[in-house]
Design a protein around this ligand. Sequence first.
Ligand code: SF4
Ligand code: SF4
Length: 802
Amino acid sequence: MYSNICLFCPSANVVFGANSLFGRYKSSRKREHRNLKDSRTLTCCSSVQYHQRIHCQLLSVKSWLDRNPSFIDSLESGTWIKLICGASYQDLPLIRNLSFLFTLAGVDCIDCAADGAVIHSVKQGVTDALSYANRLCISLRRPLIMISVNDDEDPHFRKASFDTSSCPPNCSKPCERVCPASAIMLQSDEAGFLVPFHQGVIQNKCYGCGRCVPVCPVQNIETTSLTSCHFSVVDNLLKSEPIDAIEIHSRAESIQHFQRLWDSIEPIVQTSLSLVSISFPDGGKHLEEFLRSVDRMIVKERAKYQIIWQTDGRPMSGDIGRGTTLATVKLAKKVLHFGLRGYIQCAGGANNYTVSVLDELNLRARAGPYHKHSAVSGVAFGSFVRRKLIEMFQGTSLDYSGNVENFPCFEQIWDFVFNLTYFHSFESIVKPIKRPSTEGQIDMRTNNEFSHANWFVIMTGVDSIGFQFTTIHKLGSTKHWFQQKQTNTVNKSGLRNVLCLSKALKELQLPRRVQLVACDVDGTILNSWNEVPAANIEAIKKVMNSGIPFVLATGKARKGALNSVLEIKSDLSRHGMGVFLQGLFVTSKDGKICHEMVLDTEVALKVCELGRELGISLVGYERDRIVCETRNEETDKVIPYHEPTPESIGPWKEALFNQKTKLNKMMFMAPPLQIDQVRPYIAKVLGKCCHITQAVPGMLEVLPFGASKGEGLRRLLLSLNIDPSEVVAIGDGENDVEMFHYVVHSVAVANASPAVKAAAKHVTKRTNNNAAVAEALETLILNNPYLNSEQGRKTQTVKSTS
Ligand code: SF4
Ligand code: SF4
């Protein structure tokens, strides 16, 4: 018999020759172990050092949890973390594995759908994690289990669905690509028709983010709201699966809806629960009034439950990127001024940047009575961690329905979660949050925590790209201090560390690196008189001179696009890159074609027939040419846009079959009012075989499926090996939105429609008539301190050589 058994081995097959838990294998037993058929066990057990590492990591988690024995301590010290499984998410294996991993990582609470099977999976994950730790003689704190309910229709409580038989064949399936939960996995048969599959959407994986809805070219996707949860549901649920906390999602619009729900569940909350969370988006100017009414309703003197106000800045978006953090932090900042009773916690857009941003803005609560209830107490992570985990599981081609601790890749997955929640330097969730925050702790009693040579400065009152430093004090000595305003240079003499504790939100949104700028032409670079404003020319030239390619991304043909911007034509022709014809014709370095799409001849003929039926003129684009049956007043409307002059080529049928004309796209040309009237009919007839879009009034475009400026830009970046996070895209039209979704730094000019502005990360103050492109380039590139690495570094940390 072997006395020392590896506590991690699921089959207790590994033993150690030394007394130490993490000793060496007995050589004979090691050989035996290698012979095991179950290679997963072998992999799991083959790294003793790895087990040792897990043990140390769990000890770190425990030591932190011991400093915060209860969830109230976490809230008080600003280190509260909640895992959000999703208010309508029901992927049970993933929920169990998420609960397992994040219980080990020491989260305070796990929030899930009000569904018995889901709660059971969460509990299973928690129990398994605690016993896993117990086998290592480490007892971790059990997280609270919270369910989510809604007082009215709410995006968190809905599911998408569609009928695959209504999908056009050869649809490029953008819905599948945008779904962050892998809830849409479509297959096509040999004829290109989609195989019917789970209402199109795998229902238990859909959490209602709604991203699939706007990308469907034929508006085939619907969402269904789930009914809200009331006393009987909660009561029945609690009888079968006791829980600790409840979260009420409200759109912060109607206090009556909230009151109705609260009245029905209050008895159960009073008797059984220890925490109530109110989740709300930014309800505009009525938000304060709404929250104060809720505060009066739910805060009771002798209540046993605590209250959390969850700021749902940009719901279910944390996986999108850094920008979403700002929405939740901004809302938290707003709500802090309301002075509500209870704790404030960020969600809805929270991700690995949130804690850093809170710390930089000095908004996070810290242990000690002076911060109580006047700062943000914690963060909740949902779609960000779900998506990461799904990607990791899929990256290993695993069916992740098993227990994660038995996966061969458990080592990597656990490392990811632990790093995410404990050690991961600047971008960590918990390193800043699970270590007491020291930066900005302006309390002389804590001096001994810091080196006497450290300086701590705080930046105040900044809401622009300029920097303004005000020294608070120097710890350990008052001899050296400095004060500099409106400057981004810091005098380094005598300093060891200068920490910039707070940064303006705008500044945090700036790109750290830019490798390419893609810009729309009409309504963006060009003003309303089809001229390029002088300031735009100057800014574009400066950007190009700094080595960043400026590329046109337009619905125009190449010739037309270049002729529109004659002043910079020679600079653009030098690199030869561009996204033309709505992404149908893309040229890379030296004008080499890197991507091209053409309309199927059958489809082009269908368009011609429809044009004839409606009595509307058509033009066709063939790379650098524009062709038409016969020129007329309507076809010539492209000329003022600097497009090539249309060529009459005779009957379409003849041209398409005998002359083998391959058209990239076609356009219906008619007065704007007429186009608006016939557009629904055209979409109905052609919607299943091509993509309909419009950039200019009176010109309705017909494109092959899968074409968009976003797709064209993607192809260009692939050919150049450039990451979309390092690209700035500027535009004003609905055809720019897909490009905005693809890059991180999207800019809508002030004359863009509200929908386009909503899709962009930045919006300029100036319109196209007032050189909006120059404003965007100056803000994001020319005056961006982070693009000058040395200067950027100075604004964050200055290390003295002395
Ligand atoms: S994109 Fe969002 S709403 Fe659509 S299926 Fe996926 S999770 Fe559901
Ligand atoms: S038609 Fe719409 S729902 Fe169907 S595959 Fe294409 S994008 Fe998805």
